[in-house]
Design a protein around this ligand. Structure first.
Ligand code: HEC
Ligand code: HEC
Length: 168
């Protein structure tokens, strides 16, 4: 199996917020669970057999259950407007999805994005004086249903500029 590793210098940067990362991701999972309980139960994996225990989690807590993992994966799909195969590769021989494989660069990018998003919430937004009134940053905050966030171009201004204050 090919492991694409984050370069060591990135690890140094990521080391500090790692505990925050885990806490923030645990919070994400907790929110997801609260969400799924508030909604009518829905068969999660009708087409598949029992979900195997994840074997190659590097960002999410190792004890993430298959059900919690699928909630996160379905969020990724919706927030990026993609399907599983955007990040996950099929085994070239069996043509079955090999979810534990790290062959696709999009999966590696998604891991970095998970750490970035967790840091934004735990390390930066938590410093705001009015923190708690703001929504948490999620993948969808930037991605808005697109795999590559669109460059934002402000619409041309519709109203007249107020007159410039006269210089003193
Ligand atoms: C935006 C990218 C992305 C999408 C889309 C995505 N995944 Fe994932 N998936 C990941 C990443 C990243 C991990 C590894 C997380 C970690 O290291 O903690 C992962 C891990 C997994 C694992 C655990 C594999 C193991 O054994 O470690 C399974 C199973 C999985 N995904 C299934 C799915 C399914 C099913 C879908 C579609 C419904 C899906 N994923 C969509 C990025 C994605
Ligand atoms: C703060 C804004 C922001 C957030 C939050 C964010 N992303 Fe991204 N994402 C970006 C930007 C910007 C790029 C393009 C980066 C580049 O290629 O230089 C990107 C690129 C990606 C790509 C590569 C897309 C491609 O076509 O190769 C993936 C996969 C991805 N993000 C997944 C995620 C996931 C999963 C999350 C949530 C855990 C997330 N992102 C959260 C801004 C964000």
């Amino acid at each position: 199996m090919l492991y694409l590793r984050i370069p060591p210098e990135a690890n140094v940067i990521l080391k500090v917020p790692f505990s925050c990362t885990v806490i923030a991701l645990a919070a994400l999972l907790a929110t997801s669970c609260a969400w799924s309980q508030a909604n009518p139960p829905e068969p999660m994996h009708h087409h598949h057999g029992p979900m195997p225990t994840p074997a190659n989690l590097q960002i999410l807590p190792k004890d993430t259950t298959p059900e919690q993992l699928m909630t996160v994966m379905h969020q990724f799909e919706g927030e990026l407007g993609v399907h599983c195969s955007f990040c996950h590769e099929a085994d070239p021989q069996t043509h079955h999805m090999d979810f534990a494989s790290d062959a696709k660069p999009e999966k590696t990018t998604a891991r970095i994005m998970m750490q970035m998003t967790a840091s934004l919430n735990a390390k930066y937004l938590s410093q705001l004086p009015d923190h708690g009134t703001t929504e948490k940053v999620t993948c969808g905050t930037c991605h808005r249903g697109q795999s590559m966030p669109a460059v934002y171009t402000p619409a041309p201004e519709e109203h007249e500029h107020p007159p410039m204050p006269a210089g003193k």
